[in-house]
Each structure stands twice: as structure tokens, then as C-alpha cells.
Design a protein around this ligand. Structure first.
Ligand code: MG
Length: 203
């Protein structure tokens, strides 16, 4: 499986990192080794001193498809959760400045923990879905899919032009504003509407 990530999908977040608001989705990939086994902590990597959290709505693909039109995109997923796109911001800044690929900053082992998946029928409107992140009990990020620049279905149409989507692939749909650094011993909790889907400790 592969993990497809969308960058800068919320205008307020693009702004907080001084990035332009994109006209097309910004895409990057993480390998399957970026997933974290359930109940495993996230170990702060030795190659960075500025790892940031980015809480994101995550869509699980459950049907094979290529060149999927937006109209039919909803048939390709039935479950959602929240995941964290861990980012070594110090490395990413260097690579961005030099115009180099981001993988070492974004795709390292354990950089894509995901929560428990919830069936989409549980939610009234996927275009008005709240998700949030608390760290040590304090609210850090609050997202709503209404603020996405590219909707879930628009993302599926766009990415499936380039990559065949396969069963089990995950799409990280971008983070809202409020990203920041993590610290060892932090406790992360992520919510989809009122349901807690992720519990994660930083070691
Ligand atoms: Mg991200």
C-alpha cells in the first residue's frame, strides 16, 4: 500500500508557514514503513530537533481505480480517521530552500500514525466534518472539511490521474492551521467529531 499526502490544503495553514495557496493539490508520498503499529509510541527521531505535528483527516481507499471522476469518487472509500503527518520541519526547511525532495523530512519510519477508522455513514456531511487534536489535554488543532481547498472527492480525482489507487491506500488530506513542535512525553489524542480515534505517546 501507499500513503498519499496532500500539502497546503487549508489556506490558513499555507499562510502560517508562509507558503502560497496552491492552484492544484500539492502531493507527496510516504512508504508503508511510515505507519506505526497500534499502541506503539512515536520515537522522536535522532536526525531532527524540530519535529512538528500535523493532524489530518485520513481516507482509506477500498476499491481499485484510475482516472476516477469527482462524481464517482465517493464509491472508492468507506472509512475515515485522523492521522498525524509528522514532519521534521528543520530538514524540510533546508530541502525547500534548495528545491530538493522532502522525503527525509516527511516519510521517515513512524511518520504517519493513523487512528481507528470510522465508517463514513456515521457522519451527516463529509463536507462539514470536524476533526481535532489535543496534546496533553490542551486543544491544538481544529479542522473542518468545509475549509479544505480541495475536497476529498476532488483530491481522489486529481491524484488518480497520476497514481492508480489500490485497496488499503491511505490519503492524508492536509492539515489545518495550528501546527507546532512536539516534545518527548507528549500525549496526543485525536477526534473525529466527538469520537476519540487516536491515542499516541511521544517517546
Ligand atoms: Mg501535512
Amino acid at each position: 500500500m501507499k500513503i498519499i499526502c496532500i500539502g497546503r490544503n487549508y489556506a490558513a495553514h499555507a499562510k502560517e508557514l508562509n507558503n502560497p495557496v496552491p492552484k492544484e493539490p500539492v502531493i507527496f508520498l510516504k512508504p508503508d514503513t511510515a505507519l506505526l503499529s497500534k499502541r506503539m509510541p512515536f520515537f522522536y527521531p535522532s536526525f531532527s530537533t524540530d519535529v512538528h505535528y500535523e493532524a489530518e483527516l485520513v481516507v482509506k481507499i477500498d476499491r481499485v481505480g484510475k482516472n476516477i471522476s469527482q462524481k464517482f469518487a465517493h464509491k472508492y472509500y468507506s472509512e475515515l480517521t485522523v492521522g498525524i503527518d509528522f514532519t521534521a520541519r528543520d530538514l524540510q526547511s533546508i530541502y525547500k530552500e534548495k528545491g530538493l525532495p522532502w522525503e527525509r523530512a516527511k516519510a521517515f519510519d513512524g511518520s504517519a500514525p493513523v487512528g481507528k477508522f470510522v465508517v463514513k455513514e456515521k457522519f451527516k456531511d463529509l463536507k462539514d466534518l470536524n476533526f481535532s487534536l489535543k496534546i496533553n489535554g490542551e486543544s491544538k488543532q481544529n479542522g473542518n472539511t468545509a475549509n479544505m481547498l480541495f475536497s476529498i472527492d476532488a483530491i481522489i480525482e486529481y491524484v488518480s490521474q497520476f497514481f492508480t489507487l489500490k485497496i488499503g491506500d491511505l490519503i492524508f488530506t492536509g492539515t489545518p492551521e495550528g501546527v507546532g513542535p512536539i516534545s518527548i512525553n507528549d500525549c496526543f489524542e485525536a477526534y473525529l467529531e466527538d469520537e476519540k480515534v487516536l491515542d499516541l505517546k511521544i517517546k
